[in-house]
Every structure is written in C-alpha cells, then in structure tokens.
Design a binder for this molecule. Structure first.
Ligand code: 5RP
Length: 223
C-alpha cells in the first residue's frame, strides 16, 4: 500500500471515534485532510467541527460542515489529527504543517486525542523529524540561540524564500538534530523560553489512541 492509502485507511477508521450529535476537533495536514473528506460523508450525523487551522476550516466548509469558534465550545469528546512522529507511549512531534499552536489549543479542550498516522510515523525516540517551535518574530535570534544551547540547530522555516508565517502571524524555528530522551521535560523547558509561543512536542498531553496504518491493516494503540 502507498503512504496515501495508509493515511486514507486510518482516516476512515477514525470515523468510528466521532460521536453523533457532537462537535469534533479536527487537525491539520494530509492525513487530517483525508479525515475531513470522510467526515463530509457523515456530516448530517454531527453538530459541526472546530478547526486547528485556516486551511482545515476552509476544507471543512467546502464539505458543508459547520465550523465553530473554539471560544463558543466548553468541551468536545474527541480531537482527531495526524503527527510527524509518535512514540509507543503516545508522545508526538507535530507542526510539520505549521499549525502546532492551534492544534495544541483545540486538543486541550477535547476529552480524547485520536492520532491518525501511517506506520512510518511510529518511532522509538522522537527527534529524527525537526522539532517545530512557533516563535514571536522579534524573538527569532534570542530563541534560536537558546534552542541551539539545548543541542541541535535552529533553522528558520521558509516558504517561497521568505519566512513562513503561521496562521497566528508568527515564525517557525525547526530544531534539527536534537535527540529527545525526555519529551515531557523538553516540552516544558522549550515552552518556558521567553518568545516561544508553542513547541510542537505533545508529550505532557499526548495521544490517547493512535490508529496506525500498516500493510497488515489499521492497528489501534492505546496509551
Ligand atoms: C500539522 C501537523 C500534522 O499533523 C503533521 O505534520 C502530519 O502531517 P501529515 O498528515 O501530512 O503527514 O502537525 O501542523
């Protein structure tokens, strides 16, 4: 099976976690896009969705799904999103699509985080994927120095030769070459650097379930 076929399979499997009559939190990225396309087919069963990015909101609306403002929602049963890496303990690196901050905010309101990922995302130790950090633009240099002091190199993410700006108007520094032995401690440490908005480590509050696409079918990992 191709990687896209594996992503489609987990996106379809995630539909069984959607609760009828409720609002579902929806992530960002190619796997989340496959999920949105499946959600569109059962849109009459749900009240609507909360989006973790402008791109996701647009895709949800294109399927005729109601998109709610998170400020109007006190809780939701489930948040469904992809990951760049996930460990056997449910800790993740996210933010390959630059939506890490909104993803973490929406996930924090959900009772359950269901990660949907193809098998290549399952790792023993996080850190082969560059760790995204959303940063206030004026703090770029100081945060880059502090990240480098943790090990690895902080690289400014570019798009079309220009600094990529997130939906929140901030930049992304990708920390390359940092082997992450204690994701919970590193998440706290990076989040405490002044000028950092969010680090793309989802470890203190990781996934509750991972639907993993493999050649043998969709495996369910519970954490
Ligand atoms: C976006 C994310 C995505 O979930 C992550 O990058 C995985 O993307 P894909 O499903 O395209 O492999 O965190 O900010």
């Amino acid at each position: 099976m191709t990687q896209n076929e594996l992503k489609k399979a987990v996106a379809l499997a995630a539909i069984s976690y959607v609760i009828d009559g409720e609002i579902v939190g929806v992530g960002t990225g190619s796997t989340a896009n496959f999920f949105i396309d499946e959600l569109g087919k059962i849109k009459h069963r749900i009240k609507g969705a909360v989006a973790s990015s402008e791109a996701t909101a647009e895709r949800l609306r294109s399927h005729g799904i109601n998109v709610f403002d998170l400020n109007d929602i006190a809780s939701m049963p489930v948040y469904i999103d992809g990951a760049d890496e996930i460990t056997h303990q449910g800790a993740m690196i996210k933010g390959g699509g630059a939506a890490l901050t909104r993803e973490k905010i929406v996930a924090s309101v959900a009772e359950q985080f269901v990660c949907i990922a193809d098998g290549s995302k399952l790792v023993e130790t996080l850190g082969a994927f560059p760790l995204p950090v959303e940063v206030i633009p004026m703090a770029q240099a100081v945060v880059a120095r502090k990240l480098a002091a943790l090990g690895g190199q902080a690289r400014l993410r570019l798009k079309d030769g220009q600094p990529l700006l997130t939906d929140n108007g901030n930049i992304i520094l990708d920390l390359v070459g940092c082997r992450i032995v204690d994701p919970v401690a590193l998440e706290e440490q990076i989040n405490n650097i002044v000028g950092v908005v969010t680090v793309g480590l989802f470890a203190g509050q990781g996934a509750d379930v991972c639907l993993l696409g493999t050649a043998e079918g969709v495996k369910t990992l519970m954490f």
